[in-house]
Design a protein around this ligand. Structure first.
Ligand SMILES: Cc1cc2nc3c(=O)[nH]c(=O)nc-3n(C[C@H](O)[C@H](O)[C@H](O)COP(=O)(O)OP(=O)(O)OC[C@H]3O[C@@H](n4cnc5c(N)ncnc54)[C@H](O)[C@@H]3O)c2cc1C
Length: 490
Protein backbone atom coordinates (compact mmCIF):
# COMPACT_ATOMS: atom_id res chain seq x y z
CA UNK A 1 0.00 0.00 0.00
CA UNK A 2 1.22 3.54 -0.81
CA UNK A 3 2.54 5.45 2.17
CA UNK A 4 2.88 8.84 0.45
CA UNK A 5 -0.66 9.84 -0.38
CA UNK A 6 -2.55 12.64 -2.02
CA UNK A 7 -5.20 12.60 0.70
CA UNK A 8 -5.33 10.89 4.07
CA UNK A 9 -8.77 10.55 5.64
CA UNK A 10 -9.13 9.75 9.34
CA UNK A 11 -12.28 7.81 10.27
CA UNK A 12 -14.50 5.36 8.38
CA UNK A 13 -17.86 6.56 9.71
CA UNK A 14 -20.64 8.22 7.75
CA UNK A 15 -18.41 11.25 7.04
CA UNK A 16 -15.20 9.40 6.12
CA UNK A 17 -16.96 7.08 3.68
CA UNK A 18 -18.80 10.05 2.14
CA UNK A 19 -15.52 11.99 1.82
CA UNK A 20 -13.80 9.05 0.11
CA UNK A 21 -16.74 8.63 -2.25
CA UNK A 22 -16.55 12.24 -3.38
CA UNK A 23 -12.77 12.11 -3.64
CA UNK A 24 -12.86 9.04 -5.90
CA UNK A 25 -15.55 10.58 -8.08
CA UNK A 26 -13.69 13.90 -8.43
CA UNK A 27 -10.15 12.50 -8.78
CA UNK A 28 -10.20 8.85 -9.83
CA UNK A 29 -6.40 8.73 -10.03
CA UNK A 30 -5.51 10.32 -6.73
CA UNK A 31 -4.13 8.11 -3.99
CA UNK A 32 -5.87 8.05 -0.66
CA UNK A 33 -6.18 5.93 2.45
CA UNK A 34 -8.62 5.94 5.34
CA UNK A 35 -7.11 5.22 8.74
CA UNK A 36 -9.73 3.85 11.11
CA UNK A 37 -9.05 3.18 14.81
CA UNK A 38 -11.72 0.50 15.10
CA UNK A 39 -12.04 -2.76 13.19
CA UNK A 40 -15.25 -1.81 11.43
CA UNK A 41 -16.86 0.71 9.09
CA UNK A 42 -19.71 2.83 10.43
CA UNK A 43 -18.43 4.79 13.46
CA UNK A 44 -21.42 5.85 15.57
CA UNK A 45 -23.74 3.39 13.81
CA UNK A 46 -21.48 0.46 14.57
CA UNK A 47 -20.57 1.49 18.12
CA UNK A 48 -24.04 2.11 19.55
CA UNK A 49 -25.95 -1.14 19.99
CA UNK A 50 -28.54 -0.32 22.65
CA UNK A 51 -32.12 -1.55 22.14
CA UNK A 52 -34.04 0.57 19.66
CA UNK A 53 -30.99 2.57 18.48
CA UNK A 54 -32.11 4.73 15.55
CA UNK A 55 -31.65 8.08 13.87
CA UNK A 56 -33.50 11.02 15.29
CA UNK A 57 -33.38 12.94 12.07
CA UNK A 58 -34.87 11.78 8.76
CA UNK A 59 -32.72 9.66 6.47
CA UNK A 60 -33.45 11.85 3.45
CA UNK A 61 -31.16 14.43 5.03
CA UNK A 62 -28.96 12.06 7.08
CA UNK A 63 -28.34 10.05 3.88
CA UNK A 64 -25.71 11.16 1.35
CA UNK A 65 -26.66 13.57 -1.40
CA UNK A 66 -25.11 11.20 -3.93
CA UNK A 67 -26.88 8.02 -2.78
CA UNK A 68 -30.67 7.96 -2.34
CA UNK A 69 -32.09 6.46 0.83
CA UNK A 70 -34.52 3.86 -0.53
CA UNK A 71 -35.79 2.19 2.66
CA UNK A 72 -39.48 3.13 3.20
CA UNK A 73 -38.77 4.19 6.81
CA UNK A 74 -37.52 7.77 7.07
CA UNK A 75 -36.55 7.44 10.74
CA UNK A 76 -34.32 4.39 10.47
CA UNK A 77 -32.91 1.91 12.94
CA UNK A 78 -29.16 1.79 13.59
CA UNK A 79 -28.60 -1.45 11.70
CA UNK A 80 -30.19 -0.07 8.50
CA UNK A 81 -28.01 3.03 8.68
CA UNK A 82 -24.93 0.86 9.24
CA UNK A 83 -25.86 -1.27 6.20
CA UNK A 84 -26.32 1.89 4.11
CA UNK A 85 -22.83 3.17 5.04
CA UNK A 86 -21.22 -0.23 4.47
CA UNK A 87 -23.00 -0.76 1.13
CA UNK A 88 -21.86 2.69 0.02
CA UNK A 89 -18.27 1.76 0.85
CA UNK A 90 -18.44 -1.70 -0.75
CA UNK A 91 -20.14 -0.61 -3.97
CA UNK A 92 -17.53 2.08 -4.60
CA UNK A 93 -14.60 -0.12 -3.56
CA UNK A 94 -13.81 2.29 -0.71
CA UNK A 95 -13.40 -0.59 1.74
CA UNK A 96 -10.17 -1.56 -0.06
CA UNK A 97 -8.66 1.79 0.95
CA UNK A 98 -9.31 1.43 4.68
CA UNK A 99 -6.64 0.40 7.15
CA UNK A 100 -8.52 -0.81 10.21
CA UNK A 101 -7.13 -0.82 13.73
CA UNK A 102 -5.02 2.29 13.01
CA UNK A 103 -5.47 4.99 15.65
CA UNK A 104 -4.00 8.29 14.47
CA UNK A 105 -2.24 10.05 17.31
CA UNK A 106 -0.23 12.84 15.68
CA UNK A 107 0.02 14.78 12.43
CA UNK A 108 2.82 17.23 11.63
CA UNK A 109 2.85 19.58 8.68
CA UNK A 110 6.08 20.57 6.98
CA UNK A 111 5.87 23.65 4.75
CA UNK A 112 9.24 22.76 3.16
CA UNK A 113 7.88 19.43 1.93
CA UNK A 114 4.24 20.52 1.67
CA UNK A 115 3.39 17.25 3.38
CA UNK A 116 1.72 15.94 6.50
CA UNK A 117 3.54 13.21 8.39
CA UNK A 118 0.85 11.23 10.13
CA UNK A 119 1.63 8.88 13.01
CA UNK A 120 -0.74 6.09 13.91
CA UNK A 121 -0.65 3.11 16.24
CA UNK A 122 -1.50 -0.32 14.91
CA UNK A 123 -1.32 -3.41 17.14
CA UNK A 124 0.77 -1.37 19.57
CA UNK A 125 3.32 -0.52 16.87
CA UNK A 126 3.90 2.90 15.27
CA UNK A 127 2.95 3.40 11.62
CA UNK A 128 3.87 6.51 9.64
CA UNK A 129 2.35 7.83 6.43
CA UNK A 130 2.73 11.07 4.55
CA UNK A 131 0.03 12.96 2.70
CA UNK A 132 -0.49 16.22 0.88
CA UNK A 133 -3.92 16.80 2.41
CA UNK A 134 -5.28 15.67 5.77
CA UNK A 135 -9.01 15.28 6.11
CA UNK A 136 -10.32 14.48 9.61
CA UNK A 137 -13.67 12.68 9.73
CA UNK A 138 -13.19 11.49 13.27
CA UNK A 139 -16.54 12.49 14.76
CA UNK A 140 -16.90 14.60 17.88
CA UNK A 141 -16.80 12.35 20.93
CA UNK A 142 -14.67 9.84 22.85
CA UNK A 143 -15.19 6.28 21.68
CA UNK A 144 -13.71 4.69 24.83
CA UNK A 145 -16.34 5.92 27.28
CA UNK A 146 -19.37 8.17 27.53
CA UNK A 147 -20.08 10.76 30.21
CA UNK A 148 -20.71 8.90 33.46
CA UNK A 149 -21.32 11.10 36.51
CA UNK A 150 -20.11 9.61 39.76
CA UNK A 151 -23.43 8.88 41.45
CA UNK A 152 -23.02 8.40 45.21
CA UNK A 153 -23.69 4.87 46.35
CA UNK A 154 -23.31 3.30 42.90
CA UNK A 155 -21.18 0.53 44.41
CA UNK A 156 -24.03 -0.37 46.77
CA UNK A 157 -26.52 -1.03 43.96
CA UNK A 158 -27.08 -4.80 43.63
CA UNK A 159 -28.56 -4.70 40.12
CA UNK A 160 -26.89 -3.91 36.78
CA UNK A 161 -25.67 -0.47 35.71
CA UNK A 162 -25.15 0.07 31.98
CA UNK A 163 -24.12 2.97 29.77
CA UNK A 164 -25.74 3.03 26.32
CA UNK A 165 -22.33 3.43 24.67
CA UNK A 166 -21.34 -0.04 25.91
CA UNK A 167 -24.53 -2.05 25.87
CA UNK A 168 -23.80 -5.68 26.83
CA UNK A 169 -25.11 -7.97 24.07
CA UNK A 170 -26.28 -10.49 26.66
CA UNK A 171 -28.18 -8.09 28.94
CA UNK A 172 -31.68 -9.47 29.41
CA UNK A 173 -34.03 -6.78 30.67
CA UNK A 174 -37.25 -8.79 30.12
CA UNK A 175 -39.49 -8.70 33.18
CA UNK A 176 -37.11 -6.33 34.99
CA UNK A 177 -37.67 -2.89 36.48
CA UNK A 178 -35.52 -0.47 34.52
CA UNK A 179 -34.65 3.14 35.33
CA UNK A 180 -33.19 5.21 32.49
CA UNK A 181 -31.38 8.32 33.75
CA UNK A 182 -31.46 11.07 31.13
CA UNK A 183 -33.82 12.97 28.88
CA UNK A 184 -31.93 13.31 25.59
CA UNK A 185 -32.32 11.48 22.28
CA UNK A 186 -30.82 8.26 23.65
CA UNK A 187 -33.12 8.14 26.70
CA UNK A 188 -36.27 8.79 24.68
CA UNK A 189 -35.21 6.09 22.21
CA UNK A 190 -34.44 3.56 24.91
CA UNK A 191 -37.60 3.94 26.97
CA UNK A 192 -40.16 2.58 24.44
CA UNK A 193 -37.74 -0.12 23.22
CA UNK A 194 -37.00 -1.41 26.73
CA UNK A 195 -40.65 -1.16 27.75
CA UNK A 196 -41.61 -3.78 25.15
CA UNK A 197 -40.43 -6.54 27.50
CA UNK A 198 -39.42 -4.88 30.78
CA UNK A 199 -41.73 -5.08 33.80
CA UNK A 200 -41.69 -1.28 33.89
CA UNK A 201 -39.43 1.54 32.71
CA UNK A 202 -38.96 4.86 34.50
CA UNK A 203 -37.25 7.74 32.73
CA UNK A 204 -35.58 9.80 35.43
CA UNK A 205 -34.82 13.29 34.18
CA UNK A 206 -33.42 16.30 35.97
CA UNK A 207 -35.32 18.57 33.60
CA UNK A 208 -37.50 17.97 30.54
CA UNK A 209 -36.59 18.15 26.84
CA UNK A 210 -38.72 19.33 23.92
CA UNK A 211 -40.17 16.20 22.36
CA UNK A 212 -42.04 16.13 19.08
CA UNK A 213 -43.72 13.13 17.40
CA UNK A 214 -42.98 12.56 13.72
CA UNK A 215 -44.24 9.82 11.36
CA UNK A 216 -41.55 7.11 10.99
CA UNK A 217 -42.69 6.60 7.40
CA UNK A 218 -42.77 9.70 5.21
CA UNK A 219 -45.65 8.80 2.87
CA UNK A 220 -45.08 11.78 0.58
CA UNK A 221 -41.40 10.81 0.20
CA UNK A 222 -42.29 7.26 -0.76
CA UNK A 223 -44.93 8.46 -3.24
CA UNK A 224 -42.46 10.91 -4.82
CA UNK A 225 -39.90 8.11 -5.21
CA UNK A 226 -42.52 5.85 -6.82
CA UNK A 227 -43.69 8.51 -9.26
CA UNK A 228 -40.43 10.31 -10.05
CA UNK A 229 -37.88 7.56 -9.46
CA UNK A 230 -35.52 7.07 -6.50
CA UNK A 231 -33.08 9.84 -7.35
CA UNK A 232 -35.49 12.67 -8.13
CA UNK A 233 -37.90 11.68 -5.36
CA UNK A 234 -35.01 11.65 -2.88
CA UNK A 235 -33.77 15.02 -4.08
CA UNK A 236 -37.20 16.65 -3.65
CA UNK A 237 -37.80 15.07 -0.23
CA UNK A 238 -34.36 16.17 0.93
CA UNK A 239 -35.18 19.77 0.11
CA UNK A 240 -38.69 19.49 1.55
CA UNK A 241 -37.19 18.30 4.84
CA UNK A 242 -34.42 20.91 4.80
CA UNK A 243 -37.00 23.67 4.34
CA UNK A 244 -39.34 22.26 6.99
CA UNK A 245 -36.45 21.85 9.46
CA UNK A 246 -35.24 25.39 8.72
CA UNK A 247 -38.74 26.77 9.21
CA UNK A 248 -39.12 25.09 12.61
CA UNK A 249 -35.62 26.18 13.67
CA UNK A 250 -36.12 29.80 12.56
CA UNK A 251 -39.55 30.00 14.19
CA UNK A 252 -38.06 28.52 17.39
CA UNK A 253 -35.42 31.26 17.48
CA UNK A 254 -37.66 34.16 16.45
CA UNK A 255 -41.03 33.19 17.93
CA UNK A 256 -40.19 30.68 20.69
CA UNK A 257 -43.57 31.13 22.37
CA UNK A 258 -45.37 29.91 19.23
CA UNK A 259 -43.24 26.75 18.93
CA UNK A 260 -43.42 26.11 22.70
CA UNK A 261 -47.21 26.28 22.58
CA UNK A 262 -47.32 24.04 19.50
CA UNK A 263 -45.09 21.35 21.07
CA UNK A 264 -47.01 21.52 24.35
CA UNK A 265 -50.37 21.15 22.60
CA UNK A 266 -49.08 18.18 20.59
CA UNK A 267 -47.80 16.51 23.78
CA UNK A 268 -51.12 17.04 25.60
CA UNK A 269 -52.95 15.41 22.67
CA UNK A 270 -50.78 12.29 23.00
CA UNK A 271 -50.72 11.94 26.79
CA UNK A 272 -53.41 10.57 29.12
CA UNK A 273 -56.03 13.04 30.42
CA UNK A 274 -54.81 15.09 33.37
CA UNK A 275 -51.13 14.22 32.76
CA UNK A 276 -48.73 16.70 34.38
CA UNK A 277 -47.31 18.12 31.13
CA UNK A 278 -45.86 21.18 32.84
CA UNK A 279 -43.62 19.13 35.12
CA UNK A 280 -42.49 16.43 32.69
CA UNK A 281 -42.65 17.96 29.22
CA UNK A 282 -42.03 21.70 29.65
CA UNK A 283 -38.30 22.50 29.46
CA UNK A 284 -36.71 25.46 31.23
CA UNK A 285 -34.97 26.60 28.05
CA UNK A 286 -36.23 27.84 24.68
CA UNK A 287 -36.81 25.43 21.77
CA UNK A 288 -33.55 24.67 19.93
CA UNK A 289 -31.32 26.03 22.74
CA UNK A 290 -30.75 22.28 22.85
CA UNK A 291 -31.52 19.68 20.21
CA UNK A 292 -35.23 18.99 19.71
CA UNK A 293 -35.97 15.28 20.26
CA UNK A 294 -38.06 13.56 17.62
CA UNK A 295 -39.98 10.41 18.50
CA UNK A 296 -41.17 8.27 15.57
CA UNK A 297 -44.95 7.81 15.54
CA UNK A 298 -45.01 9.19 19.09
CA UNK A 299 -43.72 5.86 20.47
CA UNK A 300 -42.66 7.40 23.79
CA UNK A 301 -46.12 8.89 24.35
CA UNK A 302 -47.80 5.59 23.41
CA UNK A 303 -45.65 3.74 25.96
CA UNK A 304 -46.65 6.21 28.68
CA UNK A 305 -50.32 5.94 27.65
CA UNK A 306 -50.11 2.16 27.91
CA UNK A 307 -48.77 2.48 31.47
CA UNK A 308 -45.52 0.67 30.53
CA UNK A 309 -43.31 3.70 31.27
CA UNK A 310 -43.35 6.60 33.70
CA UNK A 311 -41.43 9.84 33.78
CA UNK A 312 -39.93 11.06 37.05
CA UNK A 313 -38.66 14.64 37.03
CA UNK A 314 -36.35 14.68 40.00
CA UNK A 315 -32.66 14.29 40.87
CA UNK A 316 -30.53 11.41 42.03
CA UNK A 317 -29.64 11.77 45.70
CA UNK A 318 -27.83 8.42 45.72
CA UNK A 319 -27.99 4.89 44.43
CA UNK A 320 -29.14 2.37 47.04
CA UNK A 321 -28.98 -1.43 47.18
CA UNK A 322 -32.33 -1.69 45.43
CA UNK A 323 -32.58 1.41 43.26
CA UNK A 324 -32.32 5.17 43.49
CA UNK A 325 -33.09 7.56 46.33
CA UNK A 326 -34.33 10.86 44.91
CA UNK A 327 -33.73 14.36 46.12
CA UNK A 328 -37.50 14.85 46.66
CA UNK A 329 -37.43 12.03 49.24
CA UNK A 330 -39.11 9.54 46.89
CA UNK A 331 -37.32 6.42 45.64
CA UNK A 332 -37.27 4.25 42.53
CA UNK A 333 -36.85 0.48 42.74
CA UNK A 334 -34.73 -0.95 39.93
CA UNK A 335 -33.09 -4.13 38.66
CA UNK A 336 -31.29 -2.30 35.84
CA UNK A 337 -30.14 1.33 35.80
CA UNK A 338 -29.22 2.83 32.43
CA UNK A 339 -27.08 5.95 32.64
CA UNK A 340 -28.09 7.72 29.41
CA UNK A 341 -26.10 10.70 30.62
CA UNK A 342 -24.47 11.59 27.32
CA UNK A 343 -21.23 11.71 25.42
CA UNK A 344 -17.80 13.05 26.24
CA UNK A 345 -16.78 15.40 23.47
CA UNK A 346 -13.38 14.98 21.84
CA UNK A 347 -11.98 17.31 19.23
CA UNK A 348 -10.50 15.67 16.12
CA UNK A 349 -10.33 12.16 17.55
CA UNK A 350 -7.60 13.27 19.95
CA UNK A 351 -5.10 13.76 17.07
CA UNK A 352 -2.32 16.18 18.08
CA UNK A 353 -1.52 18.63 15.30
CA UNK A 354 1.74 20.49 14.67
CA UNK A 355 2.73 22.94 11.93
CA UNK A 356 6.44 23.33 11.14
CA UNK A 357 7.45 21.98 14.53
CA UNK A 358 4.97 24.05 16.56
CA UNK A 359 2.10 22.32 18.36
CA UNK A 360 -1.31 23.58 17.31
CA UNK A 361 -3.34 24.68 20.34
CA UNK A 362 -6.87 24.13 19.15
CA UNK A 363 -8.58 26.77 21.33
CA UNK A 364 -6.21 29.34 19.78
CA UNK A 365 -7.30 28.49 16.25
CA UNK A 366 -10.40 29.72 14.48
CA UNK A 367 -12.55 27.54 12.25
CA UNK A 368 -12.80 28.79 8.68
CA UNK A 369 -16.26 28.09 7.16
CA UNK A 370 -16.70 25.53 9.96
CA UNK A 371 -14.31 23.12 8.18
CA UNK A 372 -10.66 24.32 8.20
CA UNK A 373 -8.41 25.87 10.83
CA UNK A 374 -6.59 29.19 10.81
CA UNK A 375 -2.86 28.62 10.41
CA UNK A 376 -3.20 24.91 9.60
CA UNK A 377 -2.40 24.15 5.93
CA UNK A 378 -4.02 21.52 3.70
CA UNK A 379 -6.35 20.40 6.43
CA UNK A 380 -10.13 19.99 6.70
CA UNK A 381 -12.46 18.48 9.23
CA UNK A 382 -16.11 17.47 9.41
CA UNK A 383 -18.39 18.54 12.21
CA UNK A 384 -22.04 18.41 11.19
CA UNK A 385 -24.89 20.73 12.02
CA UNK A 386 -26.44 20.66 15.47
CA UNK A 387 -29.80 21.92 14.18
CA UNK A 388 -30.07 19.63 11.14
CA UNK A 389 -28.74 16.31 9.88
CA UNK A 390 -24.99 15.84 10.16
CA UNK A 391 -24.55 14.61 6.59
CA UNK A 392 -25.94 17.79 5.04
CA UNK A 393 -22.82 19.58 6.25
CA UNK A 394 -20.46 16.61 5.77
CA UNK A 395 -21.41 16.41 2.06
CA UNK A 396 -20.83 20.14 1.59
CA UNK A 397 -17.45 20.03 3.33
CA UNK A 398 -16.35 17.25 0.95
CA UNK A 399 -17.58 19.19 -2.07
CA UNK A 400 -15.62 22.21 -0.91
CA UNK A 401 -12.44 20.17 -0.32
CA UNK A 402 -12.70 18.81 -3.88
CA UNK A 403 -13.10 22.33 -5.26
CA UNK A 404 -10.13 23.48 -3.22
CA UNK A 405 -7.92 20.64 -4.51
CA UNK A 406 -9.00 21.36 -8.09
CA UNK A 407 -8.22 25.04 -7.65
CA UNK A 408 -4.76 24.24 -6.27
CA UNK A 409 -4.08 21.94 -9.22
CA UNK A 410 -5.18 24.53 -11.72
CA UNK A 411 -2.87 27.19 -10.24
CA UNK A 412 0.06 24.99 -9.26
CA UNK A 413 -0.33 25.66 -5.53
CA UNK A 414 1.06 23.22 -2.97
CA UNK A 415 -0.46 24.72 0.12
CA UNK A 416 -3.54 26.56 1.32
CA UNK A 417 -4.23 27.83 4.82
CA UNK A 418 -6.85 30.20 6.20
CA UNK A 419 -5.55 33.20 8.18
CA UNK A 420 -7.44 35.62 10.36
CA UNK A 421 -5.85 39.08 10.37
CA UNK A 422 -9.01 40.94 11.28
CA UNK A 423 -8.85 42.05 14.90
CA UNK A 424 -12.53 42.98 14.71
CA UNK A 425 -13.55 39.32 14.59
CA UNK A 426 -14.58 38.21 18.07
CA UNK A 427 -14.59 34.62 19.27
CA UNK A 428 -17.66 32.41 19.44
CA UNK A 429 -18.02 28.76 20.51
CA UNK A 430 -17.65 26.24 17.67
CA UNK A 431 -20.81 24.45 18.80
CA UNK A 432 -23.26 27.15 19.80
CA UNK A 433 -25.45 24.86 21.78
CA UNK A 434 -26.45 24.83 25.45
CA UNK A 435 -26.54 21.04 25.95
CA UNK A 436 -24.59 19.83 29.01
CA UNK A 437 -22.20 17.64 26.99
CA UNK A 438 -21.25 20.61 24.81
CA UNK A 439 -20.76 23.03 27.70
CA UNK A 440 -18.54 20.52 29.54
CA UNK A 441 -15.83 20.42 26.81
CA UNK A 442 -16.32 23.16 24.25
CA UNK A 443 -13.30 25.06 25.63
CA UNK A 444 -11.02 22.36 24.22
CA UNK A 445 -12.30 22.98 20.68
CA UNK A 446 -11.28 25.60 18.09
CA UNK A 447 -13.29 28.80 18.13
CA UNK A 448 -15.70 30.18 15.57
CA UNK A 449 -15.80 33.92 14.82
CA UNK A 450 -18.33 36.73 14.84
CA UNK A 451 -18.34 37.25 11.08
CA UNK A 452 -17.88 35.40 7.80
CA UNK A 453 -15.92 33.33 6.91
CA UNK A 454 -15.32 32.47 10.56
CA UNK A 455 -18.94 32.50 11.56
CA UNK A 456 -20.56 29.18 12.36
CA UNK A 457 -22.90 28.33 9.50
CA UNK A 458 -26.10 26.78 10.79
CA UNK A 459 -28.15 27.09 7.63
CA UNK A 460 -27.83 24.42 4.96
CA UNK A 461 -29.29 26.67 2.23
CA UNK A 462 -26.77 29.39 3.09
CA UNK A 463 -23.92 26.86 3.13
CA UNK A 464 -24.98 25.52 -0.29
CA UNK A 465 -24.43 29.02 -1.66
CA UNK A 466 -21.20 29.52 0.29
CA UNK A 467 -19.54 26.08 0.03
CA UNK A 468 -20.93 24.64 -3.21
CA UNK A 469 -21.02 27.81 -5.29
CA UNK A 470 -18.97 30.46 -3.41
CA UNK A 471 -15.50 31.45 -4.59
CA UNK A 472 -12.62 29.33 -3.31
CA UNK A 473 -10.24 32.31 -3.58
CA UNK A 474 -10.94 34.75 -0.80
CA UNK A 475 -8.80 37.18 1.19
CA UNK A 476 -8.71 34.89 4.26
CA UNK A 477 -7.43 31.86 2.31
CA UNK A 478 -3.70 31.97 1.55
CA UNK A 479 -2.43 29.82 -1.31
CA UNK A 480 1.29 29.28 -1.88
CA UNK A 481 3.90 27.10 -3.54
CA UNK A 482 6.54 25.02 -1.79
CA UNK A 483 9.76 27.10 -1.23
CA UNK A 484 11.84 24.64 -3.31
CA UNK A 485 9.36 24.94 -6.19
CA UNK A 486 9.43 28.74 -6.02
CA UNK A 487 13.27 28.65 -6.18
CA UNK A 488 13.24 26.20 -9.07
CA UNK A 489 10.74 28.35 -10.98
CA UNK A 490 12.91 31.42 -10.35
C1 LIG B 1 -26.44 7.59 19.37
C2 LIG B 1 -26.26 8.68 18.37
C3 LIG B 1 -27.31 8.99 17.49
C4 LIG B 1 -27.14 9.99 16.55
N1 LIG B 1 -28.19 10.29 15.72
C5 LIG B 1 -28.05 11.28 14.83
C6 LIG B 1 -29.13 11.63 13.95
O1 LIG B 1 -30.19 11.06 13.97
N2 LIG B 1 -28.93 12.64 13.08
C7 LIG B 1 -27.76 13.32 13.01
O2 LIG B 1 -27.63 14.23 12.19
N3 LIG B 1 -26.73 13.01 13.81
C8 LIG B 1 -26.84 12.02 14.71
N4 LIG B 1 -25.78 11.71 15.53
C9 LIG B 1 -24.50 12.36 15.34
C10 LIG B 1 -23.65 11.33 14.55
O3 LIG B 1 -22.50 11.09 15.21
C11 LIG B 1 -23.52 11.72 13.10
O4 LIG B 1 -24.77 11.69 12.49
C12 LIG B 1 -22.62 10.85 12.25
O5 LIG B 1 -22.85 9.48 12.40
C13 LIG B 1 -21.19 11.19 12.50
O6 LIG B 1 -20.44 10.53 11.53
P1 LIG B 1 -18.87 10.74 11.48
O7 LIG B 1 -18.37 9.78 10.47
O8 LIG B 1 -18.57 12.17 11.26
O9 LIG B 1 -18.38 10.38 12.95
P2 LIG B 1 -18.43 9.01 13.69
O10 LIG B 1 -19.64 8.24 13.38
O11 LIG B 1 -18.17 9.31 15.13
O12 LIG B 1 -17.20 8.20 13.10
C14 LIG B 1 -15.88 8.62 13.35
C15 LIG B 1 -14.94 7.50 13.02
O13 LIG B 1 -13.62 7.99 13.18
C16 LIG B 1 -12.86 7.04 13.90
N5 LIG B 1 -11.80 7.76 14.63
C17 LIG B 1 -11.95 8.70 15.58
N6 LIG B 1 -10.75 9.13 16.02
C18 LIG B 1 -9.83 8.44 15.31
C19 LIG B 1 -8.40 8.43 15.32
N7 LIG B 1 -7.70 9.23 16.13
N8 LIG B 1 -7.77 7.59 14.48
C20 LIG B 1 -8.45 6.78 13.64
N9 LIG B 1 -9.81 6.74 13.60
C21 LIG B 1 -10.48 7.57 14.42
C22 LIG B 1 -13.85 6.38 14.84
O14 LIG B 1 -13.39 5.12 15.27
C23 LIG B 1 -15.09 6.32 13.95
O15 LIG B 1 -15.17 5.12 13.23
C24 LIG B 1 -25.92 10.71 16.47
C25 LIG B 1 -24.89 10.41 17.37
C26 LIG B 1 -25.05 9.42 18.31
C27 LIG B 1 -23.93 9.14 19.26
Amino acid sequence: MTTDLDVLIVGAGLSGIGAAHQLQAAFPHRTYTILEARDAIGGTWDLFRYPGVRSDSDMHTLGYRFRPWTDPKAIADGSSILRYVRDTAAEAGIDRHIRFGHRVVRASWSSADARWTVSAVHDGRPVTLTARFLYLCSGYYHYDAGHAPDFPGSNDFRGTIVHPQHWPADLDHAGKRVVVIGSGATAVTLVPALAETAAHVTMLQRSPTYILALPAVDKLANRLKRVLGARRGYFLTRWKNVLLGTLIYQLSRRRPAVIKAMIRKAAIRQLPDGYDVDTHFTPRYQPWDQRLCLVPDGDLFATIRAGRATIATDEVESFTETGIALRSGASLEADVIVTATGLRLLAFGGVELAVDGRAVELPKTMAYKGMMLSGVPNFAFTIGYTNASWTLKADLVSEYVMRLLRHMDAHGYDQCAPANDDSGVTERPLLDFAAGYVLRSIDEFPRAGSRAPWQLGMSYAHDVVRLRHGRVEDPEMRFSRRPARVEADA
